[in-house]
Design a protein around this ligand. Sequence first.
Ligand code: ADP
Ligand code: MG
Length: 316
Amino acid sequence: MEEQDKTLFAMDTWFSLTAYGENAGSALDAAEREVRRLESLFSVTDPDSELYALNHSGGLAVAVSGDMAQLLAFSLEMAEETDGRFDPTIYPLLTAWGFTTQEYRVPGQSEIDQLLTLTGYALIEQTEKNVEIPEGTQLDFGAVAKGYTGDRLAALMKEEYGISSALLNLGGNVQAIGRRPDGTPWRIGIRDPYGEDMLGVLEVEDAAVITSGGYERFFTGEEGKTYWHIIDPATGHPADSGLISVTVTGKEGAMCDALSTALFVMGVDGAADYWRTHSGFDMILVTEQDELYVTEGIAEQFDVASPQFSIKILNR
Ligand code: ADP
Ligand code: MG
């Protein structure tokens, strides 16, 4: 079967897209256009984006596009469902820690306390057409936009181009369409949070595989403590739950993406509780103590490569 590949830089990372079949080339061209379109809506830094305008609306109600309405509604739902562990309003805190500029710093507690008054998903008012954000509060879809984009690309390529086999890698967030051209499942490598090697390989078909790791973007403070870009919205500090990596897999990329971040904040016990009370996903958790937890739904599909990990299977 004909294979086509495309690499592009978007959403602050490299996308590498592979598709099979007659229409693979035109499907990938359409996918690229869709990525550019979504990026021009959801970029938090581009002064021409829809999100930028919304974040700088001076506290007034603003009419939003259908995509914006959809992603925001979904994000507010996930925030509610995860008890605010996923929160699309932590951007002012992310900025204070220097993660948006790479000028890293540890903010003082009074600065964090002041910024916490500007954050919290309950501050966002969304009606059918309008969104109202208080002055100083800022939305950021950094934890969910790539998953959402993966969903949109998969739907576009399947429905409009008849693609039944493709692998979309959105900066480490993977969206698999169908199976490999030879009919076997896709084999997705999961990165070892402590090194360049592979933690293991997960076999999937028609699913997203999304990892949030403390190793992705971080800095080390003067006292040797590591600070990373996943913020605990309850404290305003980088999450410190004992987890170092969370991989979530399921049919819906946007949900997997939001959850990879939220479960990272929750820690092992919170994540296991959440998994037991919610359907639609499985997960792989790695702790700072080299423990590896895998939910029973994917235990058979996951092959560990790193021998140093002790594996525990989570049951319903
Ligand atoms: P990555 O961007 O490495 O794939 P994530 O999906 O975990 O990893 O997203 C991290 C990004 O999400 C951060 O850069 C920031 O923009 C945003 N973020 C950080 N903490 C939270 C949180 N608790 N809730 C929602 N978004 C967050
Ligand atoms: Mg995420």
